[in-house]
Design a protein around this ligand. Structure first.
Ligand code: C2E
Ligand code: CA
Ligand code: CA
Length: 406
């Protein structure tokens, strides 16, 4: 692992020299090759811009004098190459949540959060976990080649380079694999793997989201039929972008595709993110209700992160509620996070929705979710998303493990 992490470049943007030095030495100790330091957002931006291909990760203090972390993110969002972000907040959890929401709204990949005061031992575990979840070779090569353009994305989709990976969803009562969430990955010709934060926003802006969604749907439904042929029926979850809900014929198309691969709509769940702010409610309701009418599952994704109201939850015929990882991660040690988790569990139960927790990274959180009666969980604690061909071997290995430990 050490030699692989060596490929990463990380930028620490923090005005606190002691915290800076601590993070720098921890990053060095887990094997990160290149660490740059900045004391405010302006210096951080200049540093990012000065590196060919930009930095891969930014550890970003939200509160800095001069250009703060929020403004830094706003400027960075216009840069062609975007690092993944680890947010650093002090004390007030609400500020950290707000900053995370803002970063996600700009479609950054927020891979972790650190609360000050920083505790050295915890920091090492936290950072080691975050970086261990990435496949450095591929990711670095994927993103370091510069900005992705519209033409490149169009060609990539046409060439079949956009394919789903699959993250298993685990039943918390018996530890079995219930299904998978399909997550788009772009495999470049050089073998590099590019993540959705580099192309979903671009696709939404350029109208390429339609062919992209179709490619993912086709890839995932076909894969599902292959798994079934090998004896494992997995519930399949697919992400839809809000602009796709204006495609009134999408439910029919997915229905036809399901029929082509011999699948029932009940085995397919569409996930729609909770960021409702700017969409055509009437259009979305039509498409979503049509999905339900045809028997598909409907999941409200990133629940708790956005602006959903009780009324919305009731208006749209959801079958599943997917808890944002902000309410999952660290819930066992943080009373505020836990309170929000518990109230979401309560709500889901009252509305009789299937409850899925995402972003599970630690055993203690997984146990808490189980004790609270959450139905399903996914996260790096179980596995990061896998290529289609690796899912069945992984599930078989897991079954053996569960059988042994249970
Ligand atoms: P999402 O739907 O919320 O998907 C969950 C994200 O969390 C995935 O990121 C997944 O790899 C990541 N993840 C899984 N386990 C953990 C964990 O334990 N810790 C942490 N920190 N993260 C974890 P990914 O694959 O990079 O996708 C990012 C987002 O891009 C997705 O968020 C989704 O909104 C969007 N996306 C992905 N594929 C598609 C697609 O086919 N169509 C559309 N419209 N959007 C997609
Ligand atoms: Ca999702
Ligand atoms: Ca989500």
């Amino acid at each position: 692992m050490t030699t692989e992490l060596n490929d990463f470049s990380v930028l620490i943007a923090d005005d606190d020299a002691i915290a800076q030095r601590l993070m720098e030495s921890v990053l060095g100790s887990i094997g990160i090759g290149s660490v740059a330091l900045a004391e405010d957002g302006a210096v951080a931006l200049a540093c990012h811009d000065s590196m060919p291909g930009g930095v891969d990760f930014v550890l970003l203090d939200i509160d800095m004098p001069g250009m703060d972390g929020l403004e830094f993110l706003r400027h960075l969002s216009h840069r062609p190459v975007r690092p993944a972000i680890i947010l650093i907040g002090s004390g007030d959890k609400a500020v950290l949540f707000g900053a995370r929401e803002m970063a996600l709204a700009h479609k950054f990949r927020v891979v972790g959060e650190i609360s000050k005061p920083i505790e050295p031992v915890g920091l090492k575990t936290l950072l080691a976990n975050i970086f261990a979840a990435y496949s450095p070779h591929t990711e670095r090569r994927g993103t370091a080649r510069g900005a992705l353009g519209e033409a490149e994305l169009r060609d990539g989709i046409a060439a079949g380079a956009l394919q789903p990976y699959y993250q298993p969803q685990i039943r918390l009562d018996d530890g079995g694999v219930r299904g998978v969430e399909a997550l788009a990955r772009w495999r470049r010709a050089d073998g590099g793997l590019i993540f959705p934060d580099q192309f979903i926003a671009l696709a939404e802006k350029t109208g390429l989201i339609d062919p992209l969604t179709d490619a993912i749907l086709d890839g995932a439904l076909k894969q599902e039929s292959l798994w079934r042929a090998e004896g494992l029926a997995l519930q399949l979850s697919i992400n839809l972008s809000i602009p796709s809900l204006a495609r009134f014929d999408l439910p029919d198309r997915v229905m036809e595709l399901a029929a082509t691969y011999g699948l029932e709509p009940g085995g397919i769940t569409l996930e729609i993110t909770e960021s409702w702010l700017i969409w055509d409610v009437a259009a979305a309701l039509e498409t979503l209700t049509r999905f339900r009418l045809k028997g598909f599952g409907l999941s409200i994704d990133d629940y708790g992160s956005g602006f959903s109201s009780m009324r919305r939850l009731k208006t749209i015929p959801f079958t599943e509620l997917k808890l944002d990882r902000a309410f999952v991660n660290g819930a066992h040690r943080d009373a505020q996070v836990r309170a929000m988790l518990e109230s979401s569990v309560d709500l889901a139960k009252k509305l009789e929705l299937l409850l899925v927790a995402e972003g599970v990274e630690e055993e203690e959180d997984w146990k808490l979710l189980r004790d609270l009666g959450v139905d399903l969980a996914q996260g790096n604690y179980f596995t990061k998303p896998l290529p289609g061909a690796e899912v069945l071997p992984w599930a078989a290995k897991r079954r053996r493990g569960v059988a042994v430990s249970g």
